[in-house]
Write a new protein. Structure first.
Length: 441
């Protein structure tokens, strides 16, 4: 078995495929497990240079993390990769009681015996930037400080009201922190700046990434200077984008491979639990391109009528497919349709929405013998995929113009060989669903 360059845990499924895309599209053979693999599946991918485990911690409590995240990190530690990455959303949205990044760092640092945990969030490839510890993100062609972002500042579960990442993190952990800022990374004495940042022996070191130059410098520092202080690192897929060039310069990976378009299919099925305006635009665009809508009531999907609502959705989806159209089955059409307060009044309801959509998608794919499908929504994907019986994913086709939403190939279970795209709420252009059906970037 080849020693992996990196292992990782994704705090949701769309974020996990984001990392897989960053690695595999740059020549790092990567497998993403949706649960701890069977011996047969693990043997199948024994020579992978990167091994991921997709999780749900972004929507879980610290108490849940203390048990389940600790078990996942212990398993990943057993893989003995050069680095282990806790992958968080590039918008860093989290709360002390939901998706606590601070608690996750505490658990990982303990299991891996870290002296310092490196933290890197900026990723210009997906239009995320950090400058002097402040996070910025693009939306509709403009860049916003994250606490003024039109979407993330109003996220229904984890709204971002603080752009200073270390201040935001201080609400979730008492671990000491320090910053290596973007000016220091481009100065004449980067080594001296790093030494100064580490002078007080911080438990967490945030490394800015603003552009290609700071990203390259950050990658060299992560791989060559900080690895000895802790094999466990935290951050967005910017961690992988920063490391790739360092690995290439060290001769550890080769040139980027060429991925050919997979080509079109006549029909796909889309399920969505996202309330994002981005997903709303994608649904509305799809309805002009041969897709037909099936609106679900999220309260029925999470209550005593759940089975009946799922049966109705499957019947409607199959009827649409019988007419050579493609169904888009959704629980909300944009923020104005969000019923978050009603949903949150029911314990575990948000998880059940994703689970219900996963059951619907599995039945549609199986009964209509579809070869390609989409699940939209980060938290939705995490819980939907758990119901579909898939063991692992590999990259089928990267989407360089909308990184973080690749087309994947499923392995294991009844849906072995299915091509499936997992799309976060904020990800993708308006034509995303029709692009997936067309099978070309």
């Amino acid at each position: 078995m080849t020693r992996p360059l990196i292992s990782y845990y994704g705090d949701d499924f769309t974020g996990s495929t984001d990392v897989m895309e960053a690695l595999a599209s740059n020549g790092v053979d990567t497998v993403l497990y949706l649960k701890r693999p069977s011996a047969v599946t693990a043997e199948r991918f024994r020579d992978a240079r990167a091994v991921g485990l997709a999780g749900t911690s972004r929507s879980e409590s610290p108490d849940w993390m203390d048990v389940h995240l600790a078990e996942a990190f212990a398993w990943l530690a057993g893989l003995d990769a050069e680095l282990c990455h806790y992958k968080v959303c590039s918008t860093f949205d989290s709360r002390p009681e939901i998706g606590s990044i601070g608690r996750a760092i505490e658990i990982g640092a303990r299991i891996f015996g870290n002296r310092t945990t490196s933290l890197l969030v900026g990723a210009p490839q997906i239009r995320r930037y950090t400058a002097f510890g402040q996070l910025f993100a693009a939306y509709q062609g403009k860049n916003f400080r994250i606490d003024r972002h039109p979407v993330m500042s109003r996220h229904p579960v984890t709204p971002m009201d603080e752009a200073d990442l270390l201040l935001h993190l201080s609400r979730q952990t008492s671990l000491s922190t320090a910053l290596l800022d973007c000016v220091s990374l481009t100065g004449a004495d980067v080594a001296g700046a790093l030494e100064a940042a580490l002078a007080d022996d911080p438990a967490i070191l945030l490394v800015d990434v603003l552009d290609g130059g700071t990203q390259a410098a950050a990658g060299q520092i992560l791989w060559n200077a900080l690895r000895d202080r802790g094999r466990f690192v935290c951050g967005s897929s910017g961690v992988e984008y920063a490391l790739i060039e360092a690995w290439r310069q060290a001769g550890l990976i080769g040139p980027k491979p060429v991925f050919e378009p997979v080509g079109p299919v006549e029909q796909i099925a889309v399920v969505s639990g996202s309330v994002s305006p981005t997903t709303e635009r994608q649904i509305r665009h799809a309805l002009t391109q041969g897709f037909e809508a099936v609106a679900l009531d999220p309260l029925l999907l999470t209550g005593d009528e759940a089975e009946r609502e799922m049966d109705r959705a499957v019947a409607a989806g199959l009827e649409i497919l019988s007419r050579s159209a493609s169904p888009v089955i959704y629980t909300a059409l944009g923020p104005s349709a969000d019923r978050g307060s009603d949903i949150d009044a029911r314990n575990g309801a948000r998880h059940r929405i994703g689970q219900g959509l996963g059951k619907i998608q599995k039945r549609l794919v199986g009964q209509a013998k579809l070869s390609r499908a989409v699940v939209a929504g980060g938290d939705t994907s995490s819980h939907a995929l758990g119901e579909m019986g898939i063991e692992a994913l590999t990259l089928a086709m990267p989407l360089p113009q909308t990184p973080g939403s690749p087309l994947c190939k499923a392995h294991g279970g009844d849906l072995d060989g299915l091509e499936i795209a997992l799309k976060g709420g904020q990800v993708g252009g308006d034509d995303y669903f029709s692009m997936i059906r067309a099978g070309r970037p």
